[in-house]
Design a protein around this ligand. Structure first.
Ligand SMILES: [Zn+2]
Length: 374
């Protein structure tokens, strides 16, 4: 359920921010990975090739080549740019068995991946858009502390990097300007860039001070060249678009793992798999409990009516252990007054409130994605 909520949020947010959503295949012919360079530089991280009817195929370790093929599907003019293609794309990477680690490092994971193709005039605003989007992710999921690094090249180690001096200067400058215009402090780390372009990394700080690398905004000088990407400029001539890879959750699985750690399982209401548990005091109160459940479900609240033949206190304890945000206890008094007795997670005192008032309160907490329950 939490993953669904995360995915829905990301897709909606992409659409709001002018991305097109795409779906791409999970396997491709080896010659695609040769064109992209993965077959040369990345083969050690890929699953073994498989032979199908006519050719050798590999599972995708990245989504980029597919997004590039979508870009190339028609000739682009400068008026069509920027093109922003986003996908919750599942990729497969061969991790040695010793390094796999829970949800944090797995062999198949889903990236909230996107690629932006644009003109040099557009690049700074595009980077600002990515940084703003990344900040929205952090704020929405309740992280108020983060650190930003800008990884540049080492001009004294020219042969370790592809791309021209002008490309590196322009790209690094646009990243710097975007961070400055966004009012974000950052650390510049020379020599830490990938060989194909500079990048911005955003690391969040969780509830107990641990750092997690999540969002990356990465320039790429190599793929537009390898795939001969073009657009027709205002001058009527063909130009190579700039290309940026960006992932904000990074891996959806890993981000989910970080959320579990950050909240220690006590999720905000909007993320909680069960938002309200309803416990009837006795068997004869089950009918009213179901009625309350239906009212809440109609409002889109995720409800569990606990009609099991167990002691009331045992049920309450169990839902409390599950860190359900609200437990509603209902008996004769509540049924008569159309009210509910509310136990709010983390609070000792319970309170009886009209059902309508509770519906309104929980609806507001969900709509506002509030981190707190009051
Ligand atoms: Zn990519």
């Amino acid at each position: 359920m939490i993953r669904k909520i995360m995915e829905d949020w990301m897709r909606d947010e992409c659409l709001r921010r002018g991305y097109q959503l795409v779906y791409t295949p999970h396997v491709a012919r080896v010659n695609l990975w040769q064109t992209s360079g993965h077959e040369g530089f990345y083969a050690g991280n890929m699953f073994t090739p498989m032979e199908l009817d006519d050719a050798m195929y590999r599972m995708k370790p990245m989504n980029c080549p597919f997004h590039i093929l979508i870009y190339k599907d028609s000739l682009k003019s400068y008026r069509d740019l920027p093109v922003r293609l986003g996908e919750l794309g599942t990729v497969y990477r061969y991790e040695r068995s010793g390094v796999m680690h829970g949800l944090l490092r797995v062999r198949g994971f889903t990236q909230d991946d996107a690629h932006i193709f644009c003109t040099p005039e557009q690049i700074e605003d595009e980077i600002i858009g990515c940084v703003d989007f990344a900040r929205a992710v952090l704020a929405t999921y309740g992280f108020d502390k983060f650190q930003v690094e800008l990884s540049g090249w080492d001009p004294n180690d020219r042969k370790s990097y592809i791309g021209t001096d002008e490309q590196w200067t322009m790209a690094t400058k646009s990243l710097e300007n975007a961070l400055a215009r966004s009012g974000i402090e950052y650390k510049f780390v020379p020599g830490e860039a990938a060989f194909y372009g500079p990048k911005i990394d955003i690391k969040l700080v969780d509830a107990i001070g641990r750092l997690w690398q999540l969002s990356t905004v990465q320039f790429d000088f190599t793929l537009p060249q390898r795939f001969e990407l073009e657009y027709v400029g205002e001058d009527g001539k063909r130009h190579q678009p700039l290309m940026v890879h960006r992932a904000l959750y990074g891996s959806v699985e890993r981000f989910f793992g970080v959320l579990i750690e950050h909240y220690a399982g006590a999720f905000p209401v909007w993320l909680s798999p069960v938002q309200t548990a309803i416990v009837p005091i006795g068997e004869k109160h089950l009918e009213y409990a179901n009625k309350v459940g239906d009212v809440l479900k109609k409002q889109g609240v995720r409800v569990e009516v606990d009609g099991r033949n167990e002691k009331m206190n045992a049920k309450i304890r169990e839902h409390a252990m599950q860190k359900v945000p609200f437990i509603l206890v209902v008996g004769d008094k509540e049924a008569e007054a159309n009210s509910v007795n509310v136990r709010t997670r983390g609070q000792e005192k319970t309170e009886t409130v009209p059902l309508d008032a509770f519906v309104q309160r929980i609806g507001q907490l969900i709509a506002e994605k509030k981190a707190t329950l009051v």
